[in-house]
Design a protein around this ligand. Structure first.
Ligand code: F6P
Length: 418
């Protein structure tokens, strides 16, 4: 069995295709015959919707474009495999498909929900003594995976957030009357990405006025009081707020206004409308001009401001997964590669920044969220500390220039023939 298969799962990032390329190139270098791609992750695999990646990645130009193309090239899914007990038929079906494709190793690029797939498949594989290796490649703008120092995808999204905040701050100062801008940032139940707003502050920028993370209970009255205090001294106020902030009774702030009715297979509600709700409350109380800015998908697909550090680490994470699956596992006596593991990033040094990869057991990562430590949030809960800024800083460094065609960044599409 010399073939491998790779899938992308969960929310996309700007650099998720660099991990795909890392898997593809490294697997080819290590002698894989066919590198298959699952179209729409495990959901597609169940329908045997797979492609031979060599028909898509044909030359250097395709590789250069793939690295610069945001969102999941193969398509993604939010599909939860059923529990093994009582659902053996699903697993038998998947393993039969993998056997037919002569798969030696299975790679899944995703976040903590997607690692549930690696966990279940590798557990089943061990149970039926399958030779197939299952490896997770980390990815998420949320940066909420356990063990790893950070996740590929986070650095580029953080760079976009910080750059956007600088621009919003400049824009807010344009008039001679008060404006309150509330900027909503993704990250679900972890505030890492919202914290990146703090990086906007510098010699050329006043920085954002307040930052609210889901790691603290959100109090609407307290928020309005703080805005009132700031309004006494400032013309423009810019506030970063996480989409996942919740009030004391456990409801998301966005649920105070809108009826949120979409829930995915992992039980996650679709979060949106926090900034709109809070800006409305500010306008009602203070009668001033407000803006609600929901960054939504923009923050996870802004490949034109991708961080090169992030892109390189995403590529390396894909390559490392192949290496761990192909090289004999030092822990095993069989000479086989690793299975049931996830690649993690280990920060060795801050200055100069050095980061290496290490494997970790998927059971310690799947379905668990890593939150921002309380000590990295200021006592009053309206900002983050310098430690958090220093932690993020190396991850947003360096740029990669898009390949511009006709005035716009050029991307690669599945099924391209050019
Ligand atoms: O998985 C990361 C993420 O981008 C979260 O930050 C966000 O809450 C969620 O995905 C949105 O998911 P979807 O694309 O399914 O709406």
């Amino acid at each position: 069995m010399k073939n491998v298969i790779v899938g992308q799962s969960g929310g996309p990032t700007s650099v998720i295709n660099s991990s795909l390329l890392g898997v593809y190139q490294t697997a080819k270098e290590r002698g894989a015959d066919i590198v298959y791609g699952m179209v729409h992750g495990i959901r597609g695999l169940l329908d045997e919707d797979v492609i031979d990646l060599s028909t898509e990645i044909r030359n250097e130009l395709d590789m250069d474009l793939l690295k610069r193309t945001p969102s999941s090239f193969l398509g993604s899914c939010r599909y939860k495999l059923p529990d093994l007990e009582g659902n053996e038929d699903t697993y038998e079906k998947i393993f039969a498909i993998l056997k037919k494709l002569e798969i030696y190793a299975f790679f899944y690029i995703g976040g903590n929900d997607s690692m549930d797939t690696i966990k279940k498949l590798s557990d089943y594989g061990k149970q039926v003594k399958s030779p197939i290796r299952f490896m997770g490649v980390p990815k998420t703008i949320d940066n909420d995976l356990m063990i790893t120092d950070h996740t590929p995808g986070f650095g580029s999204a953080a760079k976009y957030i910080a750059a956007t905040m600088k621009e919003v701050i400049r824009d807010g100062l344009v008039y001679d009357y008060p404006v309150v801008s509330v900027v909503e940032v993704m990250g679900r139940n972890a505030g890492w990405l919202t914290s990146a707003a703090a990086l906007a502050k510098g010699d050329d920028c006043e920085g954002v006025d307040m930052i609210f993370l889901p790691e603290r209970v959100f109090d609407v009255e307290y928020f309005l009081k703080k805005v009132g205090e700031l309004l006494k001294e400032n013309r423009s106020i810019v506030i970063a707020v996480s989409e996942g902030v919740k009030v004391a009774d456990g409801r998301y702030v966005c649920e105070l206004a809108d009826h949120v009715d979409y829930v995915d297979m992992f039980g996650h509600k679709q979060l949106a409308g926090t900034a709109r709700y809070l800006a409305g409350e500010v306008a009602k109380k203070y009668g001033c001009k407000t803006r609600a800015i929901e960054l939504s998908s923009l923050q996870r697909c802004a490949a034109h401001v991708m961080a090169r550090v992030d892109m390189t680490e995403a590529f390396n994470a894909g390559g490392a997964a192949v290496k761990y699956a192909f090289d004999p596992d030092p822990e095993s006596k069989t000479g086989e590669g690793m299975t049931g593991m996830v690649v993690t990033l280990k920060r060795v040094l801050d200055d100069p920044y050095i980061c290496i990869t290490e494997p970790a057991d998927v059971h310690e990562i799947a379905n668990i969220e890593k939150k921002v430590p309380q000590e990295w949030i200021t006592k009053d809960g309206t900002n983050v500390t310098d430690d958090l800024v220093h932690y993020i800083h190396p991850l947003i460094q360096a740029e990669i220039i898009p390949l511009w065609v006709n005035g716009l960044p050029h991307h690669i599409k599945r099924g391209h023939t050019d």
